[in-house]
Design a protein around this ligand. Structure first.
Ligand code: ZN
Length: 168
């Protein structure tokens, strides 16, 4: 398969949430591992993450443009949530029926690591999901401001769960 991996944020001024750990750092470490693991399985991966932007909107537009230029089978955006320190767990967003299937598979794999299941949710609010032509999902791996989640989090295990969800 041909994958687009979109590593959330990491593109100033698009910086992401900061909790116990920074979303920027978490998405980068998981995203890099996901790319490596997909390539090791023989898949083609195009990294859609830009390195600089004039605004958050521009950062998002660049991601969509990169994706739409290469006709990928699946666009996968990787994020970490933050709320009030108490909220925890995993949720995956999609719009299309095909996207929701992948979203459910990824969610099941991540939740099997022990994260609370916050369900597959409608992704209409996300620019990258609305505007990519590929089937698209956005993964909120867990909460970067939750002690429960950050104590459980392991980059290697998270990346493996995502890849299993995408490919099994
Ligand atoms: Zn994010």
């Amino acid at each position: 398969m041909k994958f687009n991996i979109d590593i959330g944020h990491n593109c100033p001024p698009d910086g992401g949430a900061v909790g116990i750990r920074a979303e920027n750092h978490l998405t980068m470490e998981v995203g890099k591992l996901v790319i490596q693991k997909l390539e090791a399985l023989g898949h083609t991966v195009i990294n859609c993450t830009p390195t600089k932007a004039t605004s958050v909107r521009d950062s998002l537009q660049q991601r969509v443009k990169k994706s739409n230029a290469v006709k990928a089978d699946l666009f996968v955006s990787i994020h970490f949530n933050a709320f009030n320190g108490q909220a925890h767990g995993t949720e995956v967003f999609a719009i299309s029926q095909a996207g929701k299937k992948y979203a459910q598979n990824v969610l099941n794999q991540i939740c099997s690591l022990g994260f609370f299941n916050r369900k597959v949710k409608n992704g209409l609010k996300y620019f990258v999901l609305r505007n990519t032509k590929a089937v698209a999902i956005l993964i909120e791996c867990c909460f970067c401001d939750s002690k429960r989640d950050m104590d459980m989090y392991d980059a290697e295990k998270m990346a493996t769960a995502i890849v299993e969800g995408l490919t099994k």
